[in-house]
Design a protein around this ligand. Structure first.
Ligand code: SF4
Length: 393
């Protein structure tokens, strides 16, 4: 499959003209934010945007209704969130959020840093489409299921499986060669591609790329499981400190809440499940953080019905939307209609008549942007109301 147009993924320097105004997307490799960086995002959302920071399914963030693009670029650049004007849209790296802090798996954080540095250091790789996704999974299997174009998955302390187009390629690499291989695969993508946005769009892309890399795939193949859900609540770290996993309602983080997060002065991790993890806390400050942040809307209860719901932008952000899906989804959660016994309706129904349960994605039209992979109930707006499509058994 060939594309006739370049991908239109937005960045900080190339805004998307959404229906409600210019939209900027800020890449956060590995989802890692320092306190001053989340403070900068809060300031940007407050002063230059609509007052919210949107978390994306790639662990990046978006700002809507951007009023001054040049000021935004300056503010984010000063905070280290725009280290390159040429490469900003290619830094799509998702990594196991808890790596190096919780669990017996190898610490992949240095690999994420090295991969980002190498991407930034290659003028040619600035030409990667903004859709190309890298994943670095430490072996716990939380992010490999996100269908990366190019990824690695830890097998033991020193060995990784190379993932291509969301599947195990059969290639095995030592940790010392992991970043070289990821970078070489990115160059290979450019060599093979004729305008495609994703590796799976290139005919026989996996086999041809493996050949270009000079690798001999073995016969063993990992079954790549569906990506895990967000880590939520009190998470004891291996070093005796505590991490707090927090869900964010419909992925929209108010700037005011972000300011409180920055004030904790600990690293924050954004996850691809539109949640975040506050790390490296002593127990007392962790308890205090929950007491302050839970009333502000952050979700520390893994059973919260909000954690089952995702939604696209809908109205007023998207011109294609038939309705304000986020408001309708929020009303359904508040009314307890997203955890009730689901009713099967063949016809479209009004927002107030939608009754469903389990993981669900609300969309303003049939494109279903931002729909997570896996068994999901689709609640999709049509001109006649909502159509509810339950997952097949
Ligand atoms: S699913 Fe439709 S309404 Fe929602 S953001 Fe995508 S195009 Fe817009």
């Amino acid at each position: 499959m060939s594309r006739t147009t370049a991908d239109s993924c937005p960045g900080v320097l190339r805004l998307h003209e959404a229906a409600d105004g210019p939209l900027a997307r800020v890449r956060i490799p590995g989802g890692r934010l320092l306190p001053q960086q989340i403070q900068a995002l809060a300031a940007a959302a407050h002063r230059l945007g609509d007052g919210n920071i949107e978390l994306t399914s790639r662990g990046n963030v978006q700002l809507r209704q951007v009023r001054d693009a040049a000021e935004l670029a300056g503010l984010l650049g000063d905070a280290g969130l725009l280290p390159s004007r040429s490469h900003e849209r290619v830094r799509n790296i998702i990594a196991s959020p808890l790596s190096g802090r919780i669990g017996p798996h190898p610490d992949i954080r240095p690999l994420v840093t090295a991969l980002d540095t190498r991407l930034l250091g290659s003028p040619r790789l600035a030409g990667l489409p903004g859709r190309v996704l890298f994943t670095v999974d430490d072996g716990r299997g939380d992010v490999s299921g996100l269908r990366p174009d190019i990824g690695i998955h830890g097998l033991d302390d020193d060995r990784f499986a190379l993932l291509l187009a969301g599947r195990d390629s059969g290639v095995r690499i030592p940790a010392s060669a992991a970043v070289d291989t990821l970078v070489a695969a990115a160059h290979g993508f450019l060599e093979l591609g004729t305008g495609q946005w994703r590796l799976q769009e290139i005919d026989d892309g996996v086999a041809r790329l493996t050949g270009l890399l000079g690798c001999s795939p073995g016969t063993e193949r990992l079954e790549i499981a569906e990506a895990a859900g967000p880590p939520i609540g009190w998470l004891p770290q291996d070093d005796g400190l505590v991490a707090l996993g927090a869900g964010v309602r419909l992925g929209s983080l108010p700037a005011r809440t972000a300011e409180f997060l920055a004030a904790i002065e600990r690293p924050i991790l954004l996850t691809p499940w539109r949640s975040l993890v506050i790390t490296d806390l002593e127990e007392g400050p962790a308890e205090q953080a929950v007491r302050v942040l839970a009333p502000m809307g952050l979700l520390f209860d893994a059973d919260s019905p909000w954690l089952q719901i995702t939604a696209c932008a809908g109205q007023p952000g998207c011109a294609k939307a038939h309705t304000d899906v986020r408001a309708d989804a929020a009303a359904a959660v508040e009314a307890g209609r997203t955890t009730a016994t689901a009713t099967v309706e063949a016809r479209a129904v009004s927002a107030e008549a939608v009754v469903t349960a389990g993981r669900q994605h609300w969309s303003g039209c049939g494109r279903r942007c931002g729909r997570p992979a896996g068994q999901i109930t689709d609640v999709t707006a049509t001109p006649d109301g909502y159509q509810v499509g339950f997952p097949a058994d």
